[in-house]
Write a protein of this length. Sequence first.
Length: 116
Amino acid sequence: MLESLCMLAAGLLLVAAFALLALSQDRHWEAVAERPGPTPVRRGWHRGIASTCITATLPLCWFTAGGGMGTLLWSFLCFAAAFAVSLTLTWRPGALLPFTTPSGPRETEHSTRHAG
């Protein structure tokens, strides 16, 4: 039972991570949110969080299936999650709308103003 929950958690975490990676690109963001893309700071946060989530799922797979099979399972889950996100972006981009809500550090008027 614990192994099944770990695999489910790894799969969902990978889907979320690949959705964040896709939405860090302006083209995909505008297709989903129908507004200008995230700021460079927020884009960096999205990529960092996604990379951390992708990396964190590998030990979950190792715990569930051991070293060799866990790595193979992780690579399959990565493929399946990326494929699912690409199909979602193609046919139902609005389904990724929850990932476009503001997250990370708030940017204030002072932090985005240019000197001069």
